[in-house]
Design a protein. Structure first.
Length: 118
């Protein structure tokens, strides 16, 4: 299976367990890996025959910016659900990073990675 990766999409959103996180908002970073067959678009060289990375970005942006979640796990699960529903992909990996998670002693944030298949 072939993989399209879109790395380090950055959004400002209002998710978190604490009220302060949801009130002030913070940065979220998202990576996606989409598994699908690229032989046809590889031959035709037409955007309509493939998954448009711009459309993927917009779908992820809508979930991250418009949704309301307490947990990064729920955010990642919703991104996966939307992408599986919207695009003709067999499998995907979604990574969501919260680089400024308010957890004492953590300097590089937290990350959740989930894998789903059709």
């Amino acid at each position: 299976m072939d993989i399209l990766r879109i790395n380090n999409m950055i959004f400002y959103a209002y998710h978190g367990v604490d009220d302060g996180e949801r009130d002030a908002g913070q940065r979220f970073e998202v990576d996606v890996e989409l598994a699908f067959d690229v032989r046809i678009p590889g031959k035709t060289d037409r955007i309509r025959d493939t998954i448009d990375a711009r459309e993927v970005y917009l779908a992820v942006e809508e979930v991250v910016v418009e949704g309301e979640f307490y947990l990064v796990e729920a955010l990642a699960e919703n991104i996966a659900t939307v992408l599986l529903d919207k695009f003709d992909i067999e499998e995907l990996v979604v990574r969501v990073r919260k680089p400024f998670a308010p957890i004492p002693g953590i300097n590089d944030g937290i990350e959740i990675e989930i894998s789903r298949e059709r």
